[in-house]
Design a protein around this ligand. Structure first.
Ligand code: AMP
Ligand code: GLY
Length: 435
């Protein structure tokens, strides 16, 4: 029987822990540090250890006789939590620090793609402000995007409108903490492409891959993709054939395969889930181009992907634990895939000034074809209250995007899940519904 440690505290980690708890092979799930929701999952218990506290995490793994570890956040990957736990000979789902550079350094990722002929935008790297200004000098500011090299909590990419804005952004990236200091080591300037964006996820044991369904994300706070960027206000999967053709899907799968094979030949095999952000670029006749790699599940993409896979008959816990143990060759993609749509419910003021401490109602009821994943929640006595920006995710499933979306939205509101001044988008999965 497995004793699993899940690292992280968001909706993604709630879903990872929920899947572990569903498995007959799992006897106990610890979540470090988890949230008010993960504490209430069956067989589960939170442990107050942060996602990059390597010494405390390794000590806990030994003391609690953990049999496998699942890493949620990018910060843990970049800090080398995977390396430290693998040194204890405990299997880990989540890459080591070196292959994790696909996410933690945009310059490394760009060079990697060049070495392996993986399609990417035209790009230039600069290690000083002077170099960067020289690169953009004769370019139209709307023809490129600016990317801080390091991890910037999703804030490291800017699409400038004017030359002076570009200069200001570059100066700030190189000199200040405005981008979490992610630009201090360098900046990548990329050709700006246009077309639908899709996310691909490949679970890998270092050699083999298992492709999860394609997903689409909704980064902006408000309907019609208006308002500030967030970590993601919703997602759905699978993306229908009206958006990704068979030909495009085959090319994306080839990119995933090439990435996993390439990183293995470089001596740093990738064990975990590889998240590939792609654009079906008009400039390339609709061919998929890699916009970014992430070394982890997306949040909230994990909420739809894992729910969908489980409803489609995949033993998700077994898949992830087998990847950690380095053999997923016996897993087959299911013949028919359940659709899932998740709606992020945030507090008013998110992302800049999130309200906290409001009681959340309706969590004790069951809603047909709905799973609720908690993220920014806390206990206040015996009440569950809001404690942060993205509070929870309402994930609906069904045999179509419309059915899954109706299920999710049906659970929200006065008769269902609600709290004071809650904010959510009403148009999640519009890309698929408008076709
Ligand atoms: P990233 O953090 O790299 O995913 O970038 C955040 C967002 O910026 C993406 O979801 C795209 O909408 C946009 N973006 C990034 N790179 C490009 C590019 N080369 N061309 C156009 N848009 C881009
Ligand atoms: N939802 C986007 C991300 O997790 O990066």
């Amino acid at each position: 029987m497995e004793i699993v440690l899940v690292i992280g505290s968001g909706g993604r980690e709630y879903e990872l822990a929920r899947q572990m708890a569903l498995s007959k092979k799992v006897k106990k799930v610890y979540i470090a540090p988890g949230n008010a929701g993960t504490a209430k999952l069956p067989k589960s218990e939170n442990v107050p250890i942060g996602p990059v506290a390597i010494d405390e995490l390794t000590a806990f793994v030994k003391d609690a006789a953990i049999s496998a570890v699942i890493i949620g956040p990018d910060a843990s990957v970049a800090a080398g939590v995977g390396d430290a736990i693998r040194e204890l000979r405990v299997p880990v789902f989540g890459p080591n620090q070196a292959p994790g550079r696909l996410e933690s350094s945009k310059a490394y990722a760009a060079d990697f793609m060049s070495r392996h002929s993986i399609p990417q935008p035209e790009h230039w790297t600069a290690s000083t402000l002077q170099e960067a200004l020289e690169i953009i000098k004769d370019k139209n500011p709307t023809s490129y995007v600016l990317k801080a090299d390091g991890l910037a909590a999703g804030k490291g990419v800017v699409l400038p409108d004017t030359g002076s804005e570009a200069q200001e952004v570059l100066a700030a990236m190189f000199s200040s903490d405005a981008f979490d200091g992610a630009g201090k080591t360098g900046v990548v300037i990329q050709e700006r492409l246009h077309g639908p964006e899709v996310s691909a996820f490949a679970v890998s044991d270092g050699t083999n891959i298992f492709m999860l369904p394609f997903a689409q994300d909704h980064k902006r706070l408000n309907d019609h993709d208006q308002g500030p960027n967030t970590g993601g206000m919703g997602a759905y999967c699978p993306v229908p054939a009206s958006i990704i053709s068979y030909r495009q899907a085959v090319k994306i799968q080839a990119i995933a395969q090439k990435t996993i094979a390439g990183i293995k030949t470089e001596g740093t095999p990738y064990k975990g889930v590889l998240y590939i952000g792609l654009m079906l670029a008009k400039e390339r006749g609709g061919d998929p181009v890699v916009i970014e790699y992430n070394a982890r599940f997306g949040d909230p993409e994990a909420q739809v992907l894992l729910t969908s896979m489980q409803k489609s008959g995949v033993d998700v816990a077994d898949l992830l634990l087998s990847a950690a143990r380095e053999d997923i060759s016996h897993f087959a993609v299911p013949p028919s895939i359940t659709t899932a749509v998740t709606v992020a419910v945030a507090t008013s003021g998110y992302p800049d000034n999130p309200r906290k401490g409001d009681e959340i109602f309706g969590l004790d009821k069951q809603y047909p074809d709905v799973i609720v994943q908690q993220a920014g929640t806390a206990m206040d006595g015996d009440k569950i209250v809001t404690s942060g920006g993205r509070v929870l995710y309402v994930t609906g499933t069904g045999d179509s995007v419309l059915a899954a979306s109706k299920a999710a939205y049906g659970a929200l509101g006065r008769q269902g899940i609600h709290f004071k001044d809650m904010h959510y988008r009403t148009d999640i999965a519009w890309q698929a519904l408008e076709r």
